[in-house]
Ligand binder design. Structure first.
Ligand code: 3H9
Length: 697
């Protein structure tokens, strides 16, 4: 029938098969193929039709690559309305992930059967969109208003059985989906089941307050985002308008979302995340080493979290500490973390016990003789790290990959402490490592392609989003943070307060303000890192005055109960501290700074443009492969709002000339030391190009 949609008849049943790898996305060809097939089925001798998919999944949604291009007929909502209007029973047979427009296709069918392993969902919200092919109108008719709003605002897929409980799926089977779908169709015909059109079902009444409550909840959960509010409006329409009117309003709001810069940013993130996994210059078929067992050196918070990440993905893990006490302490932190995961409902007791059972301990490197990968996660002491790598070189088998979790140190120097620098690289996890998604993979000078490719594929197995970084102080993320934190501290002494600086960034969309982040990380961490550097490299002294003073007073941040804020011992809730305000004023006076009122916009511009400028420099130096990689680092590792697309996409979206103009203004006001535009930024503005265009070189 077509390359991507096939139609065959089997006695009295017509079977439509979509076959558009990799995920059966609804490209124009698929939509046309489905329309042709349903029209042929309408006029042949069959009595019922099954829609199913070849390959690994049912339709995973609209083809995101077509977004932003002119609409090509047939449009999905029209196609689905025609499927629903069929006079013959249409059964959708679901496997894999039936998502977005794919699940909407299923909802337009009259009955749905699914494999128990299938998941269904409407993830459009994650792309800054709403279900635009009748989903907002059909879901409330099947699952009710509250469950419907929840499904669409949450965006995460749910298992077939949960969908069946909600009324979104009619039958769940363990295997032989197509056989079961044929039997189901036969059964429906036998019992003269009606052509059950979802659009003709009523929507259960709900109190108006449900929508207000959902709107407030979405405002909190998805702070700053527009799509959830549009979804709620659509669902409210489903309760007050006839289907056709609700659907036409859904189309208008879908178009609005598509034009919204938030959706452009989130779609950019979707592709950036997948592109980051690809290493420029590396063959797709680069051989990778088998990794089954992992050794971790250091049982602190970081080492423990890394151990859990691997154990949770089925690897056997050996945690090595310097003595029995330290090992017991390390393993007990892991125990507590697993207990926490069970309490929060993230893992069942059985699964947690199974994962915990994969982690063993040792106090001797001899225990690492046979492991395939070792990750060193001790504190940031370069000599200690080199010493450990020299020992690992002796203890580990040939071919074992040796990785350091350092946040700042020179991975080339660490590799040089071994006789096998080709097997050494950085794996920089983010705390808490069993929860945070980001992994910076630091490619050292001599790291082989095979080792790099192995670690990138491992990252996927432990469900991390990996980004490759070259070697430099702080790699991509922490190096960019330096200017961001510097400006936060300068805004403080120039007239801000911890509260005003944090509020400016939080309201702009950051997960946490920079001052709270510093308190969470521990003020002593930055302090020690500064002390380890020659004085000339410690950064702007004006930016260090207040944090240094706090550390000297024993105010180390959350862990000591006081830092820039005061923390409740039980709840960890923070409150402002007048003493800190006094310290800030005192240090400002000592620096001869006349404090002034600083607007939130100035705070945002100074912090964000410092990030952007350094990011562009990192690109120019080839430390990051592409702008999207930096965006992935910031969204997954540093709480940058995904709906702003990461710092590089954000810079492109507001225009590089605007970014340069602000940086030049700051250079005038605050001096060249801190505000030197990246030469690549100046070049691109001169050429009228974007970072995205530059990346396509
Ligand atoms: C929508 O449906 C709007 C409608 O409501 C209304 C319309 C009017 N399109 O993730 P993977 C590519 S909005 C195009 O690595 P996995 C992906 O880029 C859409 N391409 O695999 C990658 O390509 P490459 C709602 C897509 O097994 C390859 O497929 N749907 C699409 O880890 C493999 O992807 C969604 O938002 C797409 N829709 O996960 C679902 N999806 O190899 C988005 C994937 O060149 N997709 N690709 O890098 C997903 O969540 C995951 O891809 C999925 C598979 C779970 C399906």
């Amino acid at each position: 029938m077509s390359d991507v949609v096939n139609y065959v008849t089997d006695r009295n049943v017509g079977v439509i098969t979509v076959d558009n790898p990799p995920v059966n996305a609804l490209s124009q060809a698929v939509r046309q193929g489905l329309l042709d097939a349903i029209r042929v089925a309408a006029s042949d001798k069959t009595e019922a039709v099954i829609i199913h998919c070849a390959g690994r999944t049912f339709i995973a949604g609209a083809d995101i690559k077509e977004f932003g291009k002119p609409h090509a007929e047939p449009l999905l909502p029209d196609l689905l309305n025609e499927i629903e209007a069929s006079e013959k029973i249409v059964v959708a047979a679901l496997h894999g992930t039936a998502l977005g427009g794919g699940f909407e296709t299923a909802l337009a069918c009259h009955y749905r059967i699914a494999l128990a392993s299938a998941k269904v969902g409407l993830p459009e919200v994650k792309l800054g969109l709403l279900p635009g092919a009748g989903g907002t109108q059909r879901v409330p008719r099947l699952a009710g208003v509250e469950a419907g709003i929840d499904l669409m605002i949450n965006g995460s897929p749910i298992p077939a059985r949960s969908a069946a409980e909600l009324g979104l799926v009619d039958r769940v089977v363990e295997d032989d989906l197509l056989g079961a779908a044929r039997n189901y169709a036969a059964e429906l015909l036998d019992r003269d089941a009606p052509v059950r059109r979802t659009s003709e079902l009523p929507v259960a009444d709900v109190d108006e307050s449900v929508f207000a409550a959902a709107s407030v909840a979405a405002g909190k959960r998805a702070r700053g985002q527009t799509a959830p509010q549009r979804i709620i409006e659509c669902v409210r329409n489903a309760t007050s308008m006839p289907f056709a009117e609700g659907q036409s309003r859904e189309r208008e709001l879908f178009s609005e979302s598509m034009q919204d810069p938030q959706s452009a940013a989130l779609r950019h993130m979707f592709f950036a995340e997948r592109e980051a996994a690809k290493i420029i210059g590396l063959e797709r078929d680069t051989e990778i080493r088998e990794v089954k067992s992992v050794g971790i050196i250091g049982g602190g918070t970081m080492g423990g979290g890394i151990a859990m990440s691997f154990a949770n993905a089925g690897f056997s893990v050996t945690l090595v500490e310097i003595n029995k006490e330290a090992l017991t302490r390390g393993l007990s932190i892991i125990d507590r973390n697993y207990e926490g995961s069970v309490k929060r409902g993230k893992l069942s007791t059985d699964i947690a016990a199974e994962c915990r059972g994969r982690i063993g301990g040792a106090t001797d490197y001899a225990a690492l003789a046979d492991v395939d990968l070792v990750i060193e996660a001790v504190f940031e002491d370069p000599d200690l790290k080199k010493d450990i790598f020299a020992k690992l070189d002796k203890a580990c088998k040939p071919g074992a990959i040796l990785a350091t979790n350092t946040s700042y140190q020179d991975v080339d120097a660490i590799a040089a402490a071994t006789s096998r620098p080709q097997d050494v690289l950085g794996m920089h996890f983010f705390s808490p490592a069993h929860i945070m998604k980001l992994l910076e993979v630091v490619r050292a000078d001599k790291t082989t392609d095979e080792v790099l490719a192995t670690v990138m594929s491992l990252a996927k197995r432990i469900r991390k989003v990996a980004v490759v970084s070259g070697v430099c102080y702080g790699f991509i993320g922490n190096r960019m943070l330096e200017g961001y934190f510097r400006e936060a501290q300068l805004c403080l002494v120039e007239g801000g307060t911890p509260e005003s600086v944090d509020a400016a960034m939080f309201d702009w969309g950051m997960a946490m303000g920079p001052i709270s982040v510093a308190d969470l990380a521990g003020l002593d961490v930055g302090f020690k890192a500064r002390q380890a550097l020659p004085e000339a490299e410690r950064g702007d002294p004006a930016a260090n005055r207040v944090p240094d003073a706090l550390v000297e007073m024993g105010r180390l941040g959350q862990k000591s109960g006081t830092g820039f804020y005061r923390y409740d011992a039980e709840t960890r809730k923070r409150s402002p501290d007048a003493e800190v305000h006094e310290i800030i004023e005192r240090e400002a006076a000592a620096l001869g700074i006349e404090r002034r009122s600083i607007a939130a916009q100035e705070i945002v511009n100074r912090l964000v443009f410092a990030l952007v400028n350094e990011g562009i420099q990192i690109l120019a130096e080839g430390i990051a492969q592409r702008p999207g990689d930096i965006d992935v680092v910031y969204v997954y590792g540093y709480g940058f709002p995904a709906w702003r697309g990461g710092p590089m996409h954000y810079a492109d979206s507001i225009g590089l000339s605007t970014v340069l103009a602000r940086i030049e203004e700051f250079r005038e006001r605050f001096g060249e030391e801190n505000w030197k535009p990246a030469p690549l930024l100046e070049k691109l503005v001169g050429e009228g190009r974007t970072l995205a265009a530059w990346a396509e070189r």
